[in-house]
Design a protein. Structure first.
Length: 160
């Protein structure tokens, strides 16, 4: 698998994000991002087995997606058929503001969940280190007991 050369990325234009966070911020699906990584058409780097995508500053200024205009039905007669045509209704300033507030709340919630997940990972990592140390201590003790058994067996054989 080819790996993207990080020297070609101008990090001054943005910052590195995990795939899921990049997906949320850019609105791009995870499968599309993975295809772009595979085709080397997106700035990425592999760090500790995880892909990080360069989130450009021009993308940071993205406005939240406005809700789709609501439609109001009106009747138009067409050769003895009644057709219902949906005409888009313009969104109000208040609806746009609510959309932005919702976007900011979702972003804050996403970061809160991300922070909690990273905290849990850190705790798990610390627990793994403690268990590895305990495992090493037990292995050392087992080796000492094996040596003691060997010495006693030799001593026992010498007597008889």
């Amino acid at each position: 698998m080819s790996q993207h050369v990080s020297e070609t990325c101008n990090e001054g234009n943005g910052y590195w994000l995990p795939i899921t966070e990049y997906s949320v911020k850019s609105g791009m699906s995870l499968s599309t991002i993975r295809r772009k990584i595979k085709s080397n058409s997106i700035s990425y780097r592999l760090e500790k087995g995880k892909y990080l995508i360069l989130f450009a500053k021009k993308e940071q200024t993205m406005q939240p997606v406005e809700p789709t205009p609501k439609a109001t039905p009106i009747s138009i007669s067409n050769r003895n058929h009644q057709e219902i045509v949906r005409m888009p209704r313009l969104t109000t300033h208040e609806e746009k503001r609510e959309s932005i507030v919702r976007f900011e709340q979702d972003d804050a919630a996403f970061h809160m969940v991300t922070d909690a997940y990273e905290h849990a990972l850190h705790e798990k990592s610390e627990r793994i280190k403690l268990l590895e140390n305990r495992n090493k201590e037990l292995e050392d003790r087992l080796n000492e007991l094996r040596l003691l058994v060997q010495v006693l067996e030799e001593k026992y054989e010498v007597r008889y």
